[in-house]
Design a protein around this ligand. Structure first.
Ligand code: NAP
Length: 264
């Protein structure tokens, strides 16, 4: 029997981007999926609609910046699936602009979504995940390895997931819970991807021309593999391992590269 068959999985931010691809892969492997989203409606996707129709999946809306909505989300998950095996923290937002120009409200919105919201959901999900001896999985970023100029709220929020993973992994070891994290590199964008500007308006993120970017399918496959194998920390691709090695062995070189990139 496949690892994912019958597993109850909550994917946050599951109606677009990487979250949608994770969801499709999970459904194809017969997992039972809670398809979460906030603003994006359920896509008109045959696989998802069929899964909802036959009870393999449910769609629940919640703003992860709201503790009340987060608690309601977990209550609905428990009611529908009678517990949870795996929580994949995929939802996230980034903001672009200098530290000087970014308003405190915009900074807070990124931290609230990527960190405080994630912590609240983790706490709400913990009793169910402990009962199932399941997994918590965090999607971090290369921006966690070094503070990226003009993306500092994002860098900080993603960097904070590293000690969170490390400490939680040890705290939850006696309960048989796996806690993992990926340092994800550049992944191909959806057409609809957006980030915040300095004052919190949504601005479209253009398709990236970065050579090292990987497909959403590849990123999702790697994440599901890491959960199945109960890996603690993985890199999404070679660029992540390289950046991490540079930070450890040649931090000045990494700093110079980021400085040069910023001046472009
Ligand atoms: N793409 C990359 O190159 C890359 C690289 C490194 C790490 N990552 C991380 O990988 C994850 C997925 O990336 P992506 O590119 O697929 O992201 P994306 O296309 O920008 O989608 C972001 C998702 O987060 C959800 N979300 C945002 N704010 C929310 C809130 N307040 N409450 C609930 N959900 C919220 C959105 O849901 P709604 O649309 O329903 O509001 C959406 O589904 C993110 O955590 C991102 O930081 C991505």
């Amino acid at each position: 029997m496949g690892y994912w068959k019958g597993k109850r999985v909550l994917v946050t931010g599951a109606c677009r981007g990487l979250g949608l691809v994770l969801t499709r892969q999970l459904l194809a492997q017969e997992a039972r999926v809670v398809i979460h989203s906030n603003l994006t409606p359920l896509p008109n996707d045959e696989l998802l609609l069929k899964a909802i129709e036959n009870g393999q999946a449910i769609h629940i809306r919640a703003d992860l910046c709201s503790v009340d909505e987060t608690l309601q989300l977990m209550a609905a998950v428990d009611e529908h699936f009678d517990g949870l095996d795996v929580l994949i923290h995929n939802a996230g937002i980034s903001a672009h602009g200098s530290f000087m120009e970014t308003t405190s409200a915009t900074f807070r919105q990124v931290i609230d979504t990527n960190l405080s919201g994630l912590v609240a959901l983790t706490k709400a999900a913990l009793p169910s995940v402990i009962k199932a001896q399941g997994s918590l999985f965090f999607i971090s970023s290369l921006a966690a390895i070094y503070g990226v100029p003009n993306y500092l709220s994002y860098s900080i929020s993603k960097a904070a997931l590293v000690p969170l993973q490390e400490g939680l992994e040890l705290e939850l070891k006696p309960y048989g819970v796996h806690v993992g994290l990926v340092y994800l590199g550049f992944v191909e964008n959806d057409q609809v991807k957006y980030a915040l500007n300095t004052v919190g308006d949504k601005i479209p993120v253009p398709q990236r021309k970065i050579r090292t970017k990987i497909s959403k399918d590849r990123a999702a496959t790697k994440i599901l593999w890491a959960i199945e194998k109960r890996k603690r920390k993985i890199f999404g691709d070679f660029s992540g391992s390289l950046m991490w090695l540079l930070k450890m062995l040649l931090p000045a070189t990494l700093r110079m590269a980021l400085n040069r990139n910023q001046k472009r």
